[in-house]
Design a protein around this ligand. Structure first.
Ligand SMILES: [Zn+2]
Length: 295
């Protein structure tokens, strides 16, 4: 192939909607610039809590059809972001949503939490060898907030990067490839606090309450942030549209949104990244995930 874009990014997420909340503006920006943006989603999100009453029948204790519904929501979100390469780990439905931490669904043999690490990572390593991304984006070791599927997505992404680069892993199944840089999603504490303060000052919002900073996944000290991507107004609007496409899971109201707990939080138009397992370099944050890292 001669038309492979020079810049390639791989995003690994647990459920449909996580990509739009965490990385929507970033994905839209790089896709618009002609980079190859690949999304791998590890489950269909079958155990998510449904917000709109008219969709309540999709829930796992009723029709149990939330997974296929969310496949459609994700496809609509990717159209908003201009991302054409989105896949499910091992194929759609290979790994089921494990539910919240401590839920009985954590023990289902078909859930992602129960997947053997190297088996799940081998599916992703094959994608890494095919797409050959310079940049890999996933969660921190806690998955941002401890959800079993987010923790597992982190483990699988980190292991897949090792396997893809290892010539002894499935020799003959694609050329080994080492990603140049791995990032973990994060949100600087000052940004969260400013956003929540702005929401508290808004009289007219659509939510039952307002989130606390401790409710927001991936909050870190500002000094830990390596890259802050300000994708601009148009791509931020794409992100908001992508989040609206996940209507079973997200309620968007202007510059804010809520999940099924109906606690408002800021919809972040600037997205932030830590270097995996490393302190932020001197001069951080920079504005580009491909920018060279000062040593
Ligand atoms: Zn999730």
């Amino acid at each position: 192939m001669t038309d492979v874009p020079d810049r390639r990014l791989l995003f690994v997420h647990a459920h449909p909607d996580d990509e739009s909340i965490n990385n929507g503006a970033t994905m839209a920006k790089y896709a618009a610039e002609g980079a190859l943006v690949t999304l791998v989603t590890c489950t269909l999100g079958e155990e998510g809590e449904v917000i709109p009453a008219e969709l309540a029948h999709l829930a796992p204790d009723r029709d149990d059809t939330l997974g296929p519904h969310r496949v459609g929501e994700l496809a609509a979100a990717m159209r908003e972001l201009g991302v054409t390469d989105h896949r499910f780990l091992g194929g759609p439905g290979r790994y089921r949503d494990s539910g919240m931490k401590g839920a009985p669904q954590n023990a289902r043999p078909d859930c992602f939490w129960q997947a053997p690490l190297d088996e799940a990572a081998a599916h992703l390593a094959a994608v890494v060898r095919e797409v050959r991304p310079q940049v890999l984006v996933t969660y921190d070791p806690d998955g941002g907030y401890g959800h079993p599927d987010h923790v597992q997505a982190h483990r699988v992404a980190m292991r897949a990067a090792e396997l893809a680069a290892d010539p002894d892993h499935r020799p003959g199944a694609g050329e080994p490839h080492a990603v140049t840089r791995t990032y973990w999603n994060c949100v600087p504490r000052s940004v969260v606090e400013r956003g929540l303060a702005a929401l508290r000052e808004t009289d007219a919002h659509a939510f039952a309450g307002i989130a606390d900073a401790t409710d927001i996944p991936g909050v870190v000290d500002d000094a830990e942030v390596a890259v802050s991507v300000d994708a601009g107004t148009e791509h931020a609007a794409r992100k908001a549209a992508a989040m609206r496409a996940h209507a079973s899971q997200i309620a968007v109201d202007g510059a804010f949104f809520a999940l099924s707990n109906d606690l408002g939080q800021p919809l972040l138009r600037v997205e932030h990244y830590r270097l995996a397992g490393e302190d932020a370099p001197e001069g951080a944050p920079v504005g580009d995930l491909f920018a060279p890292v000062a040593s």
